[in-house]
Design a protein around this ligand. Sequence first.
Ligand code: ZN
Length: 306
Amino acid sequence: MKLYYSDTFELPLPDNHRFPMAKYTLLRERIAAAQWQAACELRLPPAATDEELLLAHSAEYIASIKSGNMTDLQIRRIGFPWSEKMVERSRRSTGATIAAAESAIKDGISANLAGGTHHAFESSGQGYCVFNDVCVAARVIQKRFSNIQNVLVVDCDVHQGNGTAGIAKNDPHLFAFSVHCEKNYPFQKTDGDFDIALAPATKDDYYLAQLKTGMDLVFRRFKPDFVFYLAGADPFEGDRLGLLSLTKQGLRERDELVIHYCRDQELPLALSMAGGYAPQIDDIVDIHLATIEVAHHRLLRDRIGV
Ligand SMILES: [Zn+2]
């Protein structure tokens, strides 16, 4: 399985910043140490080009991000201080999701070890999201591959994918499905094509039942040619920003549900890691690692029929 990773994912931040930036490097190290890693290939993604970004973002917005010519409020809403490195990270992370999507079309499954920046709208960023990697990548593959018309986004980050919903709003070929906590950021939701808003403290069984019902309903309404899956680590019970109460086992079962659901229909699937804010960074990395492991096992099963 091809995995896309760049050292630029780890953006230097002020000491008191709450974003767990080290998780990307730790995840790469944990994958390298896993006994199943031999079948994974770590690749450096290219940075997304302006032409690619323009498929989901306005020229004015891209120009303001590149130049840093932004208001204090715009920068505060994004949550990272502006720097050249921030621009490069945002481009690379989007490039990684594009590359993972292209690999998924060839191989079945692929992953970006970052990405899932679903709060980015066409002309604004917020909540640690600058460019919407999944929406950009969706439009890129729709353009480059004649057999990819309908693209589904299954967003299981605990926060609603409001930016994705906004970009998908008037696009009949891009379907935004989000399963999130209702009483959580973003406090003003942007309605997606299908949203499941869960109460705080929701546990494994109820979450998984809702997700399964949601997948069935979405697939009755929309016939995707490709699926992006945002496997957020923040529905975890210990997450500082999550409010849901899923265990690591529950999150693994969530990953299995989405991955098997799509692969049973032979749909190509690209993964983005999305959020995770548990106080112990190892918990976040455990959850992301399990997602990659589940995907890897499924790809192996698809290839050799085990
Ligand atoms: Zn989140």
